[in-house]
Design a binder for this molecule. Structure first.
Ligand SMILES: *Cc1c(COP(=O)(O)O)cnc(C)c1O
Length: 581
């Protein structure tokens, strides 16, 4: 969507003074309404058709809408400081891992200089006795050196990794003088990342020995590699039904419809009534053998809720009826839930796991995430069962990078596909990025029973969540499954609670959700995200608890209430006007 076009569209909306109900309300003939557009008094007085409004909503993704609202907020009429709780980018970072990265880089450069030093030029490093030099270089009384000592000791003692081999991988990796080799994932790195995933996401399941990992440029690249390779390998074909756990992070709604994947999506919906859990009854839809894949974000985004144990058990039962179901679970918020259990941990053979370091560690700019799959998985089985013709065509393609294309695993196919197969030998995530993933993982692993950083991150979002809910006078959801990284707020419920149903009905006749959010930005300088853009019900807005401080959330609630007070005043004034004949 081009920005200028977007602003033209938004400009149109802002000029509108006409009153139109949101699409669902407009089509609801039973909704009592005595207000026509002419007689209503509200912030808008010019008319725009429901169709035009709906077309606008359909055309813009939730993220693009927020971009436009950010512009409106900058010149908000109240002259308030902008409070942007739209994006999910955290406003905290992990400092220790970054310091350790710098320290390790310094050590690696010294290793290179031992080999050769000519001005700014250094050698490749010497490998012999690297472990002894590491021990000599690290000062146990320095906090960061001590962490590196502990991290290396953890790898050798707990993960049985050879110390010299690890140090060579870390120093070569951070220097970045070699292509990633093996291209999919460095060797010691794969062991470390597996241990991290197991410790943070699998609860009691022991899968680290049987899981393979492909580090990627964030969860975003992970998602697009999975979609592309499932399609490229005919695991998903045009016309296939895929189920999507809605409401969901918008790319999952958008990607299947673009790229000519031609997939038909079915929503598996969680609702506020079910506490944003997916009810076992809803999961029954996955029993249909025509449903080939199920995509979910867990804990979800925007509702920020993890699947309950009951729903996980129901999912396991459902898969017994549809054993070839391919599940993609995006667990980027998993560490924000106590005793989190990934779908991968209960259905390892059916599930592709996506994880990202972006949110927990404040690392969106690093672009670091990964795909994990079990060695024994249904995707490889489905590829092996393809019609001979399809298999032969694929073998012909992968033939250029491997001697035995037929037995090339899906996870390696994704790695090859990520570089158009032909560039497989230079594929894989940048080695310094893989080393940073190791370091981040090890900050957790050395304290895995009670990781203070993870506990602080959870406490930080929880305190913001409580501030917001308290100031809005909404009962907080204290479920263990609530990650509290985002809050979905139902504006209609808020209106009902403050002023009663009649006012809420009136307000819905005056404006759509989108107009409400535009008004909140333009008048109060507050940017929130449009819930229906994620397929959340009308009336819902997403507040990110990741990117502002606690007091800002109290202030967001105050401004929201202030805007509702102003609407309520208009509502009362209108009630005084003589009714039109
Ligand atoms: C933020 C987010 C991502 C993106 O991860 P990156 O690693 O930053 O690309 C993926 N999935 C969900 C559900 C997210 O909210």
């Amino acid at each position: 969507m081009k920005l200028h076009k977007l602003f033209t569209l938004l400009g149109t909306i802002l000029l509108i003074t006409g009153l139109f109900g949101c699409a669902s309300q407009a089509s609801d003939a039973s909704a009592p309404s005595n207000a026509t557009s002419e007689q209503s008094v509200g912030p808008y007085t010019q008319e725009m058709t429901d169709d035009a409004a709906k077309a606008l909503e359909d055309e813009l993704g939730a993220f693009e809408i927020t971009t436009a609202q950010r512009e409106l907020a900058k010149s908000n009429t109240a002259g308030y400081e902008v409070l942007d709780a739209g994006r999910g980018n955290p406003n905290w970072v992990n400092a220790k891992a970054r310091r350790a990265y710098t320290r390790l880089m310094d050590f690696a450069i010294e290793e290179c200089q031992l080999d050769m030093e000519k001005g700014d030029m250094a050698g490749h490093g010497i490998r012999e006795k690297i472990a002894e030099r590491f021990d000599a270089a690290m000062n146990p009384n320095d906090e960061i050196d001590k962490f590196l000592i502990d991290a290396v000791a953890y790898c050798t003692e707990q993960l049985s990794i050879n110390k010299a081999k690890l140090l060579v991988e870390l120093t070569d990796g951070i220097i970045g003088n070699y292509y990633p080799d093996p291209s999919r994932c460095l060797t010691c790195t794969e062991t470390i990342l597996n241990d991290y995933l197991q410790s943070t996401l699998y609860a009691d399941a022991d899968l680290k020995e049987t899981t393979q990992v492909f580090p990627t440029e964030g969860g975003s690249a992970a998602m697009s590699y999975v979609f592309h390779s499932l399609s490229h390998n005919h695991v998903l074909s045009p016309g296939d039904k895929i189920a999507i756990a809605t409401p969901i992070f918008t790319p999952y709604l958008q990607i299947p419809g673009v790229n000519n994947y031609g997939l038909v999506s079915v929503s598996v919906t969680s609702t506020a009534e079910e506490g944003w859990d997916i009810a076992p009854k809803e999961l029954e839809k996955l029993k249909d053998p025509n449903v080939k894949a199920f995509f979910l974000v867990n804990p979800s985004n925007p509702a920020s809720h993890a699947l309950s144990d009951k729903s996980l058990e129901a999912l396991v039962e459902v898969v017994k009826a549809n054993p070839d179901l391919v599940i993609l679970t995006d667990d980027v918020y998993g560490t924000f839930v106590d005793e989190f259990r990934s779908v991968y941990s209960v259905l390892p053979h059916n599930t592709i796991l996506v994880y990202s370091y972006s949110k927990l560690y404040g690392a969106t700019g690093w672009r670091i995430g990964m795909i994990a799959m079990n060695e024994d998985n249904v995707v490889d089985k489905l590829i092996a069962q393809l019609p001979d013709e399809d298999k032969a065509a694929l073998d012909d393609e992968y033939d250029i990078v491997t001697e035995d294309p037929a037995s090339m695993r899906f996870i390696d196919r994704m790695c090859a596909d990520s570089r158009s197969i032909g560039l497989y030998h230079t594929s894989g995530l940048a080695t310094p990025s893989q080393v940073f993933m190791d370091i981040l993982s090890l900050t957790h692993l050395v304290n895995k029973d009670a990781d203070p950083y993870i506990e602080q991150s959870k406490a930080l979002v929880r305190e913001r969540y409580d501030a917001l809910m308290g100031a809005l006078d909404i009962k907080p959801d204290q479920d263990r499954e609530n990650a509290q990284y985002y809050a979905l707020i139902d504006i209609n419920e808020l209106c009902n609670a403050r002023f009663g149903d009649d006012f809420t009905k009136w307000l819905n006749e005056q404006m759509t959700d989108l107009e409400f959010l535009n008004d909140l930005a333009a008048k109060k300088g507050v940017v929130l995200m449009y819930g229906p853009g994620f397929e959340a019900p009308e009336g819902n807005v997403r507040v990110s608890l990741a990117n502002l401080d606690k007091d800002d959330y109290t202030e967001i609630a105050r401004r929201l209430n202030e805007l509702l007070d102003e609407y309520h005043l208009l509502y009362e004034q209108e009630a005084q006007l003589p009714k039109a004949a």
